[in-house]
Design a protein around this ligand. Structure first.
Ligand code: QV4
Ligand code: CA
Length: 508
């Protein structure tokens, strides 16, 4: 025990930076707005067999019910209480999901909205997902309970207007959301009680929503109150995995590095820059990705939670702008996600979305608020089609062959170095992961035809982008690697997916 204590004192056990996924599982999926009953089933039928490490779930605590617009997805970012009771399900369904997912080695990470409660203009009454009374005007949330003393009105009685003023960013209201006074031990304790309730149920960690709007020291004070993870599924002394939503594209008072002591941070530069490169905007080329990662000004890899898009910027909220690639740009999106999962940088999160009726007017999607597929407000079931895609307007990007297979690729090459980089000075690039994997992209407007050193043992490999290895054969492209590790690759610029990926487990 003393040795472990020494390790943790030395910070050598990487506690709050460690997602505690089952060994060899290296990516998580955000099942945005899914119901708990559907996530439990998805863990057992798909995520465990396909090697996903865990699931980020939507906020499980009671939120305000917004009728105008009708039940927007963002009502879940306006807490009313910490009761486990939302459109995704009740506490029993939540417990069942955590148990069933953990039992098949798939972890659950909770989106914790702890910077604020509902909007100042939220009114009063019981328009909430569990019927709890609240009065935004009086700052009353009796189901916690919180009262006027527990908010920052005395520090700042208005909205954040200047992101170059750190005091404002932390103490004023984000989009009018009532800002909690996290310097108070009472508030810290209420939040920690909520998070400990979830830890004791079996969750593996948390996304800290709007972390930028909380002082790093206040966050640390809450984290220091958290229990170790439930030893039914985690080793003794395991600390909750923490990834903090901090949007830092540069040029503002708040730096994501201020939060490194608490855990990982969301690296929004990743998706914004990679989208620009894959779209070939501003003269960007894939050949410039040779030093991708810290070389591009991204945070250190072991402090980064990375993603191509998230629930905000896939619909114009938050940060990233027009360069962000989403499922709406399918062909480029698969390339970006493929690149993310093949490259060693960061801890990776795959987005899983629902379709909504986008309606651009003057360059803005006026339907960016539309909530999950629903029957008069009740979130629809995630149905699975015979071809393994999802129905009911759930996009299920994580089930797309190219993405699912690249999650497996990342698991197979885990721990292997970035190696054998090649590029044509334009948008044709390739790189390997030691002797376990190799990937080639053609994002130029002409075909790629070249022989490359893969670093892999000789043999015939199935391309996991165009198909699968099934019953000892390849349903897609075959790649022949010589005993010298070299292989010839041909990729048409008009291919459905202009990239090829092979790895040790796709070898015949
Ligand atoms: C409106 C007015 C305000 C007014 C207020 C009065 O705009 O000026 O003071 O009413 O009540 C929704 C509405 C917004 C409304 C607000 C409060 O869109 O118009 O304010 O509610 O009623 C999501 C959505 C927001 C939504 C919010 C709460 O994106 O549009 O606001 O949920 O429902 C920054 C932050 C970053 C943040 C990002 C979006 O640094 O942390 O903006 N990202 C996270 C989440 C995001 C969520 C929040 C934070 C808030 O990822 O989904 O915002 O929890 O970059
Ligand atoms: Ca705050």
């Amino acid at each position: 025990m003393k040795f472990f204590l020494l390790l943790s004192l030395l910070g050598l056990c990487s506690a709050q930076y460690d997602p505690h996924t089952q060994y060899g599982r290296t990516a998580i999926v955000h099942l945005f707005e899914w119901r708990w009953v559907d996530i439990a089933k998805e863990c057992e039928r798909y995520l465990a067999p396909k090697g996903f490490g865990g699931v980020q779930v939507s906020p499980p605590n009671e939120n305000i019910v917004v009728h105008n617009p009708f039940r927007p997805w963002w009502e879940r970012y306006q807490p009313i209480s910490y009761k486990i009771c939302t459109r995704s399900g009740n506490e029993n369904e939540f417990r069942d999901m955590v148990t069933r997912c953990n039992n098949v080695g798939v972890r659950i990470y909770v989106d914790a909205v702890i910077n604020h409660m509902c909007g100042a203009g939220g009114g009063s009454g019981t328009s909430s997902t569990c019927g709890s009374y609240y009065n935004a005007g009086n700052r009353e949330f009796p189901s916690v309970p919180y009262s006027g003393w527990d908010f920052n009105d005395n520090k700042c009685d208005g909205e954040i207007s200047n992101y170059n003023d750190a005091y404002q960013v932390r103490n004023c209201r984000l989009s009018g959301l009532l800002d909690l006074a996290l310097e108070k031990d009472y508030v810290r304790t209420k939040i920690a009680d909520y998070m400990n309730h979830l830890i004791d149920i079996g969750v593996a960690g948390f996304r800290l929503d709007a972390a930028k709007h909380m002082w790093p020291g206040d966050i640390k004070a809450v984290l220091d109150k958290l229990h170790n993870l439930n030893t039914r599924w985690f080793s003794q002394g395991s600390r909750p995995f923490i990834f903090q939503e901090v949007i830092d594209l540069g040029g503002e008072a708040i730096k994501s590095s201020e939060y490194f002591g608490n855990g990982r941070v969301t690296e929004f530069k990743f998706g914004a820059k990679l989208g620009t490169v894959i779209r070939k905007w501003n003269g960007e080329k894939m050949s410039y990705l040779k030093n991708w990662g810290e070389g591009w000004g991204l945070v250190p890899s072991d402090r980064a939670l990375v993603f191509v898009d998230n629930h905000d910027n896939q619909r114009g909220h938050g940060a990233g702008g027009a360069s962000i690639l989403t499922f709406w740009d399918a062909r480029m999106y698969k390339m970006a996600v493929g690149f993310m999962l093949a490259h060693p940088y960061g801890f990776t999160r795959v987005m899983s979305s629902y379709r909504w009726p986008r309606n651009f007017q003057n360059g803005k999607d006026v339907n960016d608020w539309v909530g999950p597929p629903n029957n008069n407000g009740a979130t629809k079931e995630v149905t699975i089609n015979p071809d393994t895609t999802c129905g009911n307007d759930w996009v299920c990007e994580h089930r797309w062959r190219q993405i699912r297979n690249m999650v497996a690729f990342r698991n197979v090459v885990n721990g292997q170095p970035f190696s054998n980089w090649w590029d044509n000075g334009s948008n044709q690039v390739a790189f390997g992961r030691g002797n376990r994997g190799f990937i080639v992209f053609n994002n130029d407007d002409w075909s790629l035809s070249t022989t490359l050193q893969t670093g892999l043992p000789g043999g015939t490999y199935c391309d996991v982008i165009s198909g699968d290895k099934i019953d000892g054969n390849c349903s897609g492209i075959k790649v022949h690697v010589g005993s010298d590790g070299r292989a010839h690759f041909s990729i048409s610029n008009s291919a459905e997916d202009p990239f090829i990926a092979i790895h040790a487990e796709s070898k015949l």
